[in-house]
Design a protein around this ligand. Structure first.
Ligand SMILES: Nc1ncnc2c1ncn2[C@@H]1O[C@H](COP(=O)(O)OP(=O)(O)OP(=O)(O)O)[C@@H](O)[C@H]1O
Length: 255
């Protein structure tokens, strides 16, 4: 019986299951982001109201919802235009050979380590967020929008004390510096060492909510730290920083 059913299984069924599984996987990753989850609840609520209004004979309300749903695609495109643009750019980039992608990612890591060590030597405080799978923007108070290549020179100049955007964090999304001067949520964890101030608490706070990595340079001590999953590792020297970045970042998050 079971073998009969297995024989009925065609290659198309495997492809079908793989596509559905992948879509579920992406949807779950998306829903881990709280804003996306709230948006999902909003749409689900709208659909429930749509059917309820029809069943209950609330004609005017139903007509309004129906008109809204007809424009839903347009509304979604407008709301998520920047995410769609990013997804399209990433899709284009993914067609590069894997070797080239690894090489480019390695160069970006070198730039990050050079920037961090340079800042640390001069005791200039810095906070660098690297987005991974989960979006960070719904947890970040938007600073100044930028669109720059990740280079040690730019990172250094952003954090120089007289730069207008030195306060707060810079955000790296898919290989670009996209924002500077951003404020992150502070961790409320009571077990964090009292010696850590708000810069370090902000780094820990964000990584408690999303899977991003945050790199910190302390203005007070010149110490470099690596923060992920709500945990801070410090001090980290240049060699260890390079190693941990290579281990934790996939090339598509850096190129
Ligand atoms: N919520 C936040 N999000 C992003 N950056 C923040 C946040 N809070 C503070 N900062 C940054 O940290 C700076 C203040 O750091 P503070 O001295 O309080 O922290 P610290 O952890 O002791 O860091 P340091 O060792 O560099 O002094 C601010 O000027 C600002 O640039």
């Amino acid at each position: 019986m079971a073998t009969d059913q297995l024989q009925l299984f065609e290659w198309r069924d495997f492809v079908d299951i793989a596509i559905v599984a992948y879509l579920f996987y992406r949807a779950i990753l998306l829903l881990k982001d709280r804003l996306a989850f709230r948006f999902f609840l909003f749409i689900a609520g709208g659909i429930a109201l749509f059917f309820f209004s029809r069943l209950a004979g609330l004609d005017a309300f139903h007509a309004i919802l129906s008109a809204l749903f007809k424009s839903l695609i347009l509304i979604l495109v407008v709301l998520f235009q920047s995410d769609l643009r990013r997804a399209l750019i990433t899709f284009g980039k993914r067609n590069r050979p894997a070797g080239q992608e690894h090489e480019e990612a390695s160069l970006v890591i070198d730039e990050l380590v050079t920037a961090l060590t340079g800042l640390a030597e001069r005791r200039i405080g810095a906070l660098i967020v690297i987005e991974r799978e989960m979006g960070v923007m719904s947890h970040v108070e938007i600073g100044t929008e930028i669109d720059a290549k990740i280079t040690s020179e730019i990172l250094n100049s952003i954090f120089l004390p007289y730069s207008p955007i030195h306060d707060g964090a810079v955000i790296i999304q898919r290989g670009k510096l996209t924002r500077a001067g951003c404020f992150l949520p502070l961790s409320q964890n009571p077990t964090i060492s009292k010696s850590l101030g708000t810069r370090h608490r902000a780094a820990i706070g964000l990584t408690e909510l999303v899977d991003a990595i945050v790199l910190v340079v302390s203005e007070e001590t010149g110490m470099m730290s690596f923060v992920a999953d709500g945990k801070i590792t410090s001090p980290v020297d240049a060699g260890s920083m390079r190693k941990v970045l290579k281990r934790s970042l996939e090339p598509q998050w850096l190129t």
